[in-house]
Design a protein around this ligand. Sequence first.
Ligand SMILES: *Cc1c(COP(=O)(O)O)cnc(C)c1O
Length: 345
Amino acid sequence: MSDMNQKWIDLRSDTVTQPSEAMRAAMAGASVGDDVYADDPSVNNLQEYAAELFGFEAGMFAPSGTQTNLIALMTHCGRGDEYLVGQEAHTYKYEGGGAAVLGSIQPQPIINQADGSILLSDIEAYIKPDDMHFARTRLLALENTIGGRVLPQAYVKAATDLAHSKGLATHLDGARIANAAVKNGVSLREAVQGFDTVSVCLSKGLGAPVGSVLLGPKAFIEQGKRWRKMLGGGMRQAGVLAAAAQYALENNVQRLAEDHDNAAALAQGLSQIAALNVGTPQTNIFWLDIPAAACEPLRQALARARIRASIGPRTRLVTHLDVSAADVARTVEVFTAFFADWRGE
Ligand SMILES: *Cc1c(COP(=O)(O)O)cnc(C)c1O
């Protein structure tokens, strides 16, 4: 029977994290002003802090990563330009086609390899010649981590070097770049080397309730602020949010290693169940195959045990700062008990 006082374990995404008491205290104490007038000291501090931390001239705080990515694409590319992007990338697949709809920018999607990379030979082959028949290829956009996979540092260098040598700019959707940096044991600055601009989510594993920062050259960020205003992202006393984001960057980067360890332990536990085909996590996100007929009863068993997960034939599980090692053990127990009884009907 389920215990109604037991906490929910939520493995759907690292966006579900609750702001901690200390983060809430930082928010409550934040000095604020009208950020459209650039008057909010907490937003200004965050932007400067994040720019310094990642090694860029300037930063811009915005309500979401979808918006910081779109602002970057619209600042790098104009009407009739195109950007090269992975077929599986968030900016191509999960942002409603915003670059095309709102930016008149043509995406050139390219197949992602099993490790999440795009082949250098594909990047080169998809750059269009200067010819009136073609859109102008302006930008290479990569994503790291991508589906929980970390791009190798040497690959990132080779891909961004290639793009620059062909006259393209480079943008990183670094929604989870801190996970990549922690996994690779490199600094945040090293992790973003080679990119002209980077979008970083504060509201994923870093644990802030809202917000992303876009980082880049000062002139680029100033230009981007026009698009942010046009897209409805000009916020007023946003310092309460920026204070949470600042707290996240100051306190929650290195602890991502715990999420990676918890994902590894969860995958290891589930891999003992014969009916499942479980991938090997590199960071806090991994995938497993579940027999289709088991999905609905498993969903119900998990709900009774107060576990939320996006169960399907191809399931993504995500660990984060509100999932403990004990939660992992409890989840493995519930899965194990379910499949011990399941007869494959
Ligand atoms: C979450 C995410 C974003 C931005 O999402 P928002 O929900 O708009 O903040 C961008 N890229 C990737 C890879 C993401 O996971």
